[in-house]
Design a protein around this ligand. Structure first.
Ligand code: BGC
Ligand code: CA
Length: 137
């Protein structure tokens, strides 16, 4: 698909047909989601290894929430943006994750400094990554 003619608003980063916003503020997973929605986006849905690596490179000394949780059903991870089930990609996770530590971890974030994904309590305050489609200039 030709995506060169698509653009992102100021403050958003582009990869293929999507635009990404890396928050500066830290908040709970659900509030982060609401903030993405307020920006006409949602928490990021990662669909390809290229996208996973692109975002991982942008993580600068912080943890960032993504749009993945098993809040609906323990052990079944869904992308909040479209409610689709995520088939675990082993290489995206930190070693030993997701481990639902103390049976209280249902939200997923890029772990700093280990870089891979980790499940954590949804009340933990982290930065977050929003995604929305690019638009024609
Ligand atoms: C564990 C993670 C857990 C985190 C919670 C780490 O030590 O390895 O699985 O999510 O602690 O803070
Ligand atoms: Ca964990």
């Amino acid at each position: 698909m030709a995506t060169d003619n698509l653009v992102c608003e100021e403050g958003w980063l582009k990869l293929r047909s999507s635009c990404y916003f890396m928050s500066k503020m830290s908040t709970t997973w659900e509030v982060g989601r609401q903030e993405c929605i307020a920006l006409n986006s949602d928490l990021v849905k990662i669909t390809r290894d290229e996208e996973y690596k692109f975002l991982r490179k942008l993580i600068n000394l912080n943890n960032y929430y993504i749009g993945l949780s098993d809040l609906q059903e323990e052990g079944t991870y869904r992308w909040v943006a479209d409610d689709t089930i995520h088939q675990i990609v082993k290489s995206w996770w930190r070693e030993g994750e997701p481990n639902n530590s103390s049976s209280g971890e249902h939200c997923v974030h890029y772990h700093y400094p280990d870089e891979g994904l980790n499940d954590i309590s949804c009340d933990t305050k982290f930065r977050y990554i929003c995604e929305k489609p690019g638009h024609l200039a």
